[in-house]
Design a protein around this ligand. Structure first.
Ligand code: FES
Length: 393
């Protein structure tokens, strides 16, 4: 599926395309997936389902070298993610190194492990921003969906974040189960004095892909939830911003995934494998390079994997002839592969895709939460399975 070579990009559309591919900008956003280890077991986790195969984590010095090289290329933002990055005992050291290099640093966390002392140490190390995830406004559903008892802990962590003077940034992944609670989730965020609430409808990768039939909301549930969000906005103006991320499958157009493959984002997985997005490792035919063997510069500019879907030269005629090809970049390569078995296919979320009807049929078949048939869902925290819902191990 790789349509460009290490030495010479394929020129599918003429010299203009050759120039665009040649003028590759550096990565601006480095996502350091420090570990796949996580105390939570969320049913919608985007980590690979076979993540235990990639347990050979980079050491502190290796990470710092990655940061240094990415920064030297021009990267400005560094996200610490996982898994749960707080399970890394060297997180403070990594944050300090990133801060010294001049990165804007962001911790993406479930909050588990963020005791006040640790939060203070991270602040002292120069951490700029913390994004705290919630699963729901109710203890019952929060603890069920993460398969842990963490609801109360998250409330305490939110207080700690606020006390340290950080902007309060909450994130809640939305799906069939918690969409009916969206109003209460907004009110909860408000009572926690959140400055920013991200309501991100679930994207179907990793564990969420495995659970997609169970997680997918009906169009009616989505429309109702969106109306609730819109009704809250005027009241919250100037106090709390709400970002409502529409689910892909229900969108009229495909998303410009990662702002284009190998264009802005560079993900480094816990074992040092460099990826253009967090899901790309499952794509066949691509040999993703490791930072243990290559510099960030050569990975970004020269590796076949990062060049494979960069620009427009790889596109099928459907995408290559589309006026939006520079805007949506043909949608998401991982989604195209998961839905069609071909990573070069037009993302089936796009109405121009010959497989679009299948996505529409999936959305149409999604039932409201009260109508879910089959084995009854029991909200049991700690369960590994409930009905057909499988929790991350
Ligand atoms: Fe991999 Fe979209 S998630 S390209």
């Amino acid at each position: 599926t790789c349509s460009s070579s290490w030495s010479r990009p394929v020129d599918a559309t003429g010299s203009g395309e050759r120039r665009r591919v040649a003028a590759v900008k550096p990565p601006l956003w480095l996502l350091a997936e420090l570990t796949y280890r996580c105390p939570l077991h969320c049913a919608f986790c985007s980590n690979p389902v076979d993540y235990t195969r990639y347990g050979n984590e980079l050491g502190t010095h290796e990470w710092v070298r990655v940061f240094r090289e990415a920064r030297a290329m021009g990267a400005v933002q560094l996200g610490f993610s996982g898994g749960e990055p707080l399970v890394r005992e060297d997180l403070e050291e990594l944050v300090a190194a990133a801060h010294e290099l001049g990165f804007y640093t962001n911790l993406i966390t479930s909050g588990v492990g963020l005791a006040p002392q640790r939060a203070q140490a991270l602040k002292k190390a120069g951490l700029d921003h913390i994004q705290l995830s919630f699963q729901d406004s109710s203890r019952e559903l929060n603890d069920f969906l993460s398969s842990t008892r963490t609801f109360d802990l998250k409330q305490r962590v939110a207080r700690t974040i606020k006390d340290l003077g950080y902007p309060m940034v909450l994130n809640c992944v939305m799906h069939r189960y918690n969409l009916p609670h969206v109003g209460r989730i907004i009110e909860m965020a408000e009572s926690m004095e959140a400055d920013f609430l991200e309501l991100a409808n679930v994207q179907y990768y990793g564990w969420a892909w495995r659970n997609r039939e169970m997680l997918m909301p009906s169009r009616a549930a989505l429309a109702t939830a969106e109306a609730v969000v819109e009704a809250h906005r005027p009241r919250l103006a100037g106090r709390m911003k709400i970002l409502w991320v529409v689910p892909d499958y229900a969108e009229a157009k495909p998303k410009p995934c990662m702002a284009g493959w190998g264009s802005v984002f560079l993900v480094v997985a816990p074992d040092g494998v460099a990826l253009p997005c967090h899901s790309a490792r499952m794509l066949p035919g691509l040999d993703f390079p490791s930072v243990r063997e290559h510099t960030i510069g050569s990975i970004w500019h020269d590796s076949p994997a990062f060049r494979a879907y960069r620009g427009t030269g790889w596109m099928s005629s459907t995408c290559a002839s589309c006026d939006d090809r520079e805007k949506d970049h043909g949608g998401c390569r991982c989604q195209a592969f998961l839905l069609t078995g071909d990573a070069t296919a037009t993302d089936p979320v796009c109405p121009k895709s010959p497989r679009h009807a299948e996505v529409q049929a999936m959305v149409a078949a999604a039932a409201d939460v009260r109508d879910i048939g089959g084995a009854p869902i029991r909200f049991v925290p700690g369960a590994r399975r409930s009905g057909d819902l499988v929790f991350r191990t």
